[in-house]
Design a protein around this ligand. Structure first.
Ligand SMILES: NC(=O)c1ccc[n+]([C@@H]2O[C@H](COP(=O)([O-])OP(=O)(O)OC[C@H]3O[C@@H](n4cnc5c(N)ncnc54)[C@H](O)[C@@H]3O)[C@@H](O)[C@H]2O)c1
Length: 334
């Protein structure tokens, strides 16, 4: 078993990673505690029995699968249900699912009775390599016809993260590929050797652990997103705009992959990305009006009129935060 301990200002987060861990949760859970499981319909159909068979005392809330569940209305319904189920301050939430379940559960945990404990059992590649750690959580928010990503939220850490790479065997190929784009982000920005390992399935656990280790270091040094942590958003400025503008017909991973490509200005690094995408099957085809995407980016939370503060790839494996002219940032977007 691989273990990673991350020390934040107010909490220590323990991460355990091992194949088959989902069948051995009793080693990590307290039989005297009550767990409130939040999961989605697809994950429940695959893994809920395995989890609840190990829990003597649990309640359950099921969300529809996918990004459409990441909103305040759903948070409202969950809290309503928790109050009716009499969930107490010393009970635990258990997030069983991908990034959507993780983000929603952590947000509910942060605000319910001013904060209760939660555990995370991430079940998608995106959630295992990235979203389960660092505590960022929240929901999307609609204003008129625009749906803004992650506009409501906070930073709130779990007590423990239990990662079982074997559950990725049931992940549809498109979802797995989507997760690989976050791995590419870690590779291109921080650790180029990861890019060679991506196509080797036998190295999956090693790749997940490497990504989590990178994220642990960055989020420990900059827990509250004041500087270095913003480097983790590489590709996400354009990516989030594409995702929101498409009303989530583009997956998070595909949007980030396209975002990384256009945020990368060096021709050789763009070629590197394009070749990798082709090798692992990330689709670069999309038909969105880029002029409107650029307009959308101007409304994004990271912009300040003519200037934008973004992570900039200075060379392979090196990214830094810069405030640049928005027109330069958008240069080369087709
Ligand atoms: N908090 C953060 O730091 C952070 C970082 C990156 C992404 N995110 C967020 O994560 C979300 C995307 O995450 P995601 O791609 O995991 O989305 P998701 O949670 O919607 O999962 C994608 C799909 O996979 C299904 N699924 C999950 N596990 C499965 C399994 N083991 N087998 C079969 N199907 C399974 C789900 O039911 C869902 O339909 C976005 O909302 C994004 O904003 C958050």
């Amino acid at each position: 078993m691989q273990t990673l301990i991350t020390n934040y200002s107010r909490k220590q987060v323990k991460i355990y990673l091992e194949d088959g861990l989902i069948s051995r949760l009793t080693a990590f859970l307290n039989p005297n505690l009550r767990y409130f499981i939040i999961t989605d319909e697809r994950v429940a159909s695959l893994y809920l029995d395995t989890v609840i068979n190990q829990l003597p005392n649990f309640d359950l809330y099921l969300l529809p699968s996918g990004e459409s569940s990441k909103n305040l209305e759903e948070v409202n319904r969950i809290i309503n249900y928790m109050l009716l189920a009499d969930i107490q301050k010393n009970d635990y939430l258990l997030a069983l699912g991908g990034g959507v379940i993780g983000d929603v559960t952590a947000f509910v945990a942060a605000i319910y009775k001013r904060g209760i404990n939660y555990l995370s059992v991430p079940t998608t590649l995106i959630s295992q390599v990235d979203s389960c750690l660092g505590g960022k959580c929240g929901v999307d928010f609609s204003v008129g016809t625009y749906l803004y990503k992650n506009q409501i939220g906070t930073i709130y850490h779990p007590e423990m993260i239990l990662v079982d790479p074997q559950v990725l065997n049931t992940l549809p190929r498109s979802e797995f590929t989507s997760g690989l784009s976050e791995v590419i982000k870690y590779g291109i920005c921080f650790s180029p050797s990861l890019l060679e390992k991506i196509t080797q399935p036998e190295l999956l656990s090693e790749v997940i652990y490497a990504c989590l280790s990178i994220k642990a270091g960055i989020t420990e040094r900059d827990e509250f997103d004041q500087g270095e942590r913003m480097t983790l958003n590489y590709g996400h400025t354009i990516g989030h705009a594409l995702e929101s503008y498409s009303r989530f017909t583009l997956s998070h991973g595909q949007a980030v992959a396209i975002g990384m490509y256009y945020e990368t200005k060096q021709p050789d690094l763009r070629t590197l990305l394009a070749n990798l995408y082709q090798k692992i099957g990330i689709n670069m085809d999309f038909s969105l009006p880029m002029a409107e995407i650029v307009d959308f980016i101007k409304k994004d939370k990271k912009t300040n009129q003519a200037l934008i503060t973004v992570p900039v790839l200075t060379k392979l494996g090196k990214v830094s935060i810069k405030t640049i002219n928005l027109d330069d940032f958008c240069r080369g977007i087709k």
